[in-house]
Design a protein around this ligand. Structure first.
Ligand SMILES: Cc1cc2nc3c(=O)[nH]c(=O)nc-3n(C[C@H](O)[C@H](O)[C@H](O)COP(=O)(O)OP(=O)(O)OC[C@H]3O[C@@H](n4cnc5c(N)ncnc54)[C@H](O)[C@@H]3O)c2cc1C
Length: 326
């Protein structure tokens, strides 16, 4: 079967890899310059920082096995940083016994590794789907199109899947419409004076919800590079602003959260228009088997890395089941 997966985030790569292993002819189209999606890392000559997912947990036995394979391949490692809760400058250690994992030497190492051996075409944005001769034609933003596609898998955030689904699979589009996602402003900073005595903090009742020393994660060389994420409400109120407009506010928020003498130097600012799903579906994936269109992603299966990976696997199994697919 000729399958096109739209989106080379974790869910899309998970689904594409499993479909290819099951013998299908799979192509992955990704609008960004490389794979990764919300597991991406920003890199420059003298610094790097994970912009999206900060760590992940593994609870489902299938995902526990998957993470063990990633660790054996050298692309994931446990993170043992000192994690605290920060409220009004009060620091409380988080002692929940939870094993936290990260990509190594950066979060994007996992998706880069999963993309190996797959036909992933970067800088290709799908703008529409059309039915043609019993199959699908995918319209691309450069004016070209891809035809002869038997199965389309949309592995993109719900608000980006919804308009592509709407003309062809209204019930799937309606389900995607229910999976509300919130935005998040992220910053990578350095120059913290005095250096905090912790490696990461859940910040409570503050414009920021999370700060973490990226350099405390395995393979990063213990650098003093930090990442900050704005809270849902704070980010939503500024989501249409430009990075340059929020950079100063993010630095000031970081200064107040961490009790710094001066604001840190902002190296990079990124807007996640769709960061995490606040009302994920419980379906695992969406599939209209008759028309050959489906969707997967964190929003179909929880709101996190584990859910995204397993959503892709579940959909691939459903598509490879001969009872559902001939
Ligand atoms: C700031 C932030 C912090 C987070 N923190 C954590 C955390 O600590 N722990 C955790 O478990 N999870 C966290 N998450 C969530 C986690 O990153 C996601 O659950 C997971 O990465 C989602 O993977 P996905 O494949 O479903 O979607 P995505 O990673 O969003 O992949 C979708 C891909 O589709 C592409 N795309 C979209 N539209 C098109 C189109 N029309 N044509 C072609 N390509 C398209 C996008 O460019 C993207 O690469 C965080 C996310 C963010 C943003």
């Amino acid at each position: 079967m000729r399958v096109v997966v739209v989106g080379a985030g974790l869910a899309g790569l998970s689904c594409a890899g499993a479909l290819q292993a099951a013998g299908h002819d799979v192509t992955v189209l990704e609008k960004a310059r490389g794979p990764g999606g919300r597991m991406s890392t920003r890199r420059r000559d003298d610094w790097q920082g994970d912009l999206g997912a900060q760590y992940f947990t593994a609870r489902d036995p299938e995902f526990v096995d998957t993470v063990a394979r990633w660790e054996a391949a050298g692309v994931a490692a446990p993170w043992h940083g000192r994690l605290v809760r920060l409220q009004d400058a009060r620091v409380t250690d988080v002692a929940d016994g939870q094993q936290r994992w990260v990509g190594a030497p950066r979060m994007s190492a996992i998706t880069r590794w999963l993309a190996q051996g797959l036909d992933v075409r970067a800088s290709v944005r799908v703008t529409g789907l059309r039915r043609h001769g019993g199959g699908w034609v995918l319209d691309i933003d450069d004016g070209s199109s891809l035809d002869g596609v038997e199965q389309v898998v949309l592995a993109v955030p719900a608000p980006q899947a919804e308009p592509l689904l709407r003309p062809h699979a209204p019930s799937l589009a309606a389900a995607a419409g229910h999976a509300r996602m919130q935005g998040c402003w992220a910053a990578i900073v350095r120059g913290l004076e005095p250096a905090p005595a912790f490696d990461a903090a859940f910040v409570v009742e503050h414009p920021l919800r999370w700060i973490a020393r990226d350099g405390s994660k395995p393979g990063r060389g213990n650098t003093p590079i930090w990442v900050a994420h704005g809270s849902g409400a704070w980010s939503a109120a500024r989501i249409e602003q430009q990075p340059g407009e929020v950079a100063g506010e993010l630095a000031a928020a970081f200064q107040s959260a961490a009790g710094l003498r001066t604001p840190p130097e902002v190296l990079s600012v990124h807007r996640w228009r769709y960061s995490q799903c606040i009302e994920p579906l419980a379906d695992g994936y969406l599939l209209d088997a008759a028309s050959g269109i489906a969707a997967c992603g964190d929003w179909c299966n929880g709101d996190r890395v584990e859910g995204a990976y397993l959503s892709g696997q579940k959909l691939a199994r459903a598509l490879s089941d001969p009872a559902q697919f001939s």
